[in-house]
Design a protein around this ligand. Structure first.
Ligand SMILES: Cc1ncc(C[n+]2csc(CCOP(=O)(O)OP(=O)(O)O)c2C)c(N)n1
Ligand code: SF4
Ligand SMILES: [Mg+2]
Length: 296
């Protein structure tokens, strides 16, 4: 049997109040395995603000600084500055926010931290909606998805705007390192975390996080769905290091239907709508391949 490279030590313990099958739980677990105990995590309003439980009995072995919904980029900048004043250089500062708290309300603070080269790792766990408050659409909700604020059966219907490309937004800030990660591929995930840890400046990780209540999926299928996201190229695994794109896992190129047919949030889509969605996935994949081959 091949030996895994996943560190055995745990810094996220059982006892999180996340739903069964919560992908975001695994995102935190693998992140901390890669970073180790000398880490401080700042969390804004989101599911993960509730999941650790009540202090002092929370499920993380690292300190948590809770912050306002829009303020993660500012909170990690302040944490880093305070540690620098105290001469503490061996602690990794992490911002750990949801997609709503990142691509929408927290984007300004994140942009500022990126522009100032704040020495921290920012992780966006992407469950593709405002889940903690009841599945409202975010700028990261994919085109075609049902949410409670994009209800199917009304005149407007499902979400008609494409998902914001947060990786391109971060690349435009010329940060030293950005990568997509998935709980279905923990070795690729932890390798990227370890790489990010060794780099100075603002590093960004975009983690797809299946959410059974929000995606209307069977909790036992979360890892399979995360794997299908990569294999259908809906969520390619790649990194951008010093501006250069490198795809770390090409995926099998399965049809999009394999990914969406197991999710209730896409069940209303007609064949022409699925074809439109497939075209968007194909176009994005070609763009990514072009970026990789052109060295940008
Ligand atoms: C300024 C402000 N607006 C709204 C809220 C209410 N609120 C708390 S968590 C949340 C949703 C967060 O969504 P996301 O960042 O995607 O994280 P998730 O809940 O999906 O984990 C909202 C709208 C708030 N706490 N503060
Ligand atoms: S609502 Fe979704 S993201 Fe939030 S704890 Fe449940 S599964 Fe996790
Ligand atoms: Mg969310």
């Amino acid at each position: 049997m091949t030996k895994t490279t996943i560190p055995e030590q745990e810094f996220a313990y059982p006892g999180s109040t996340g739903c069964p099958g919560c992908g975001a739980n695994l995102v935190m677990r693998y992140l901390l395995k890669g970073l180790g105990e000398r880490t401080i995590v700042s969390i804004p309003a989101c599911c993960w603000a509730v999941m650790p439980g009540y202090w002092p009995i929370d499920c993380l072995k690292v300190p948590i600084l809770y912050t306002a919904f829009e303020a993660t980029g500012a909170a990690i900048s302040g944490l880093r500055a305070a540690l620098d004043v105290k001469g503490v250089q061996d602690v990794t500062v992490v911002g750990f926010a949801g997609d709503g708290g990142t691509v929408d309300i927290g984007l300004q603070a994140l942009s500022g931290a990126a522009e100032r080269h704040t020495d921290a790792i920012y992780v966006m766990y992407d469950n593709e909606a405002y889940m903690n408050t009841g599945i409202q659409r975010s700028g990261s909700t994919p085109w075609g998805a049902w949410t409670t604020t994009t209800p199917v059966g009304t005149t407007h219907g499902f979400k008609h705007e494409p998902k914001k490309d947060i990786m391109a937004i971060m690349q435009a800030h010329r940060i030293p390192y950005a990568a997509t990660v998935s709980p279905a591929f923990p070795e690729d995930f932890i390798k990227k975390v370890e790489k990010a840890k060794a780099i100075k400046g603002l590093r960004f990780l975009h983690a797809l996080s299946p959410c059974p209540p929000g995606w209307r999926t069977n909790p036992s299928m979360s890892i399979e769905i995360a794997r299908l996201a990569v294999d259908t190229r809906v969520f390619p695994l790649y990194e951008i290091e010093d501006g250069k794109v490198h795809i770390t896992r090409k995926g099998k190129g399965l049809p999009l239907t394999e990914y969406i047919k197991v999710q209730g949030r896409f069940q209303h889509l007609t064949e022409p709508e699925i074809a439109e969605m497939q075209k968007a996935v194909d176009d994005s994949w070609i763009m990514l391949l072009l970026k990789e081959s052109s060295g940008t």
